[in-house]
Design a binder for this molecule. Structure first.
Ligand SMILES: Nc1ncnc2c1ncn2[C@@H]1O[C@H](COP(=O)(O)OP(=O)(O)OP(=O)(O)O)[C@@H](O)[C@H]1O
Ligand SMILES: [Mg+2]
Length: 358
């Protein structure tokens, strides 16, 4: 039995198995939108392949293009963000199929017959309160999944599904080493800590006392990177240009290391948005910091506040710690939850499910 950890976020899918950790978008594109790709690929052969064609057993009439290098410029994307009852939609179930078979492609056996898998995943804390939601995500994941990836069929049989509260992922990641042993003198196991998960759709502010959720000091807001990108997009539209949120994300992502943000709307001119984007990031950082401050009134009794999620990379650290002094920015924050889910699987030996019962 293999252990697969899945963090199926609103904006990005984070995946982990014993073979690999992968980050891919939470959206995909119908192959027809991509046009004649084999023609475009000519002469680019030396380039590493960053997308593949997927046909899932669930939605077999369509071929979807998906991968780390998915080019969404001027294309219609199938998104899984912001659906009510997200986990019960066809789009989400297809995304689950893509995610599971994407991990399975690293296991040769999956081309011959279904590999048995134990899944550990998580949902935002507010969703965790709702039994219906947990049921839907379990239903989307349990059982047999199949997809052909670039013409090669892969099969996965999910035998068990464990669902955690999303921020618990980051807490476990900080508390447990890569082999699944609890670290000595960690401040989480018997301390009072905060976790702020700044994602693509949501911002989750939770506190844990000896790993139990503090139900009095918690909040979940729909203020992930998507809302920052919407603000930036509006500023660009004010200047008279047409641009999508996905394109804004690309600009921010490409420029973030150097904090220089430019865009070429037509391949002729280059626009510099650095000042505007830095200002929007600052404003966004202040808003999140204020929300943390007002949620954790007893911040002085906390040992640390872990700041996690991919969008933690878009917060301006000095600006944030000015307000939240005990903030600790997690390393590789976008994959911290999925690393924690994986370690949860190791500690609890979820792959040891009695195979005789299946
Ligand atoms: N190194 C980075 N630099 C800039 N932005 C980043 C970086 N890493 C991740 N991001 C951004 O973080 C956002 C995604 O964060 P994350 O993967 O935590 O969201 P999610 O889990 O999909 O959303 P949610 O938790 O709301 O469901 C994206 O907008 C992505 O572009
Ligand atoms: Mg997330």
């Amino acid at each position: 039995m293999q252990l697969f950890a899945l963090d199926l976020g609103n904006r990005q899918v984070k995946l982990m198995s014993e073979k690999a950790t992968k980050v891919l978008p939470s959206y995909f594109v119908n192959a027809a939108e991509y046009g004649k790709r084999d023609v475009l690929a000519l002469g680019k052969k030396e380039k590493e392949q960053t997308t593949s064609d997927y046909v899932t057993g669930r939605d077999a009439d369509f071929t979807y293009v998906w991968g780390t290098g998915l080019d969404i410029n001027r294309k219609r994307v199938t998104d899984t963000l912001d659906f009510n009852r997200r986990y019960d939609t066809l789009e989400f179930k297809v995304l689950a199929d893509l995610a599971l078979t994407e991990l399975a492609r690293d296991f040769k056996e999956s081309t011959k017959s279904a590999i048995d898998v134990a899944v550990v995943t998580g949902v935002p804390t507010d969703d965790y309160d709702n039994d219906e939601t947990i049921k839907h995500i379990r239903n989307a994941l349990i059982g047999v999944h199949s997809a052909s990836i670039d013409g090669v069929d892969h099969y996965v049989h999910v035998r068990s599904v464990d669902v955690l509260m999303q921020p618990v992922g980051t807490a476990i990641d900080a508390m447990v080493d890569a082999l699944g042993n609890i670290k000595e003198d960690n401040d989480i196991e018997d301390g009072y800590i905060g976790v702020v998960d700044v994602g693509g759709g949501t911002v989750i502010i939770n506190a844990f006392d000896k790993m139990n959720l503090d139900t009095k000091h918690r909040v979940q807001m729909e203020d992930g990177s998507y809302s920052l990108f919407t603000e930036i997009r509006n500023r660009i539209i004010d200047k008279g240009y047409k641009i999508s949120e996905h394109e804004v994300e690309q600009i921010v992502r490409d420029g973030n290391d150097k904090e220089v943000y430019t865009w070429s709307p037509n391949g002729r001119e280059t626009l510099d948005f650095t000042d505007m984007i830095m200002k929007e990031r600052k404003l966004y950082t202040r808003n999140i910091a204020q929300s943390v401050k007002s949620t954790f009134k007893a911040m002085s009794s906390m040992r640390k506040i872990y700041v996690t999620g991919g969008t933690a990379n878009l917060l301006i650290k000095d600006e944030f710690t000015r307000v939240v002094k005990i903030a600790h920015f997690v390393n590789d924050s976008e994959t911290a939850n999925v690393r924690g889910y994986y370690k949860y699987g190791l500690i609890n030996e979820v792959t040891a499910v009695d195979e005789a019962t299946n």
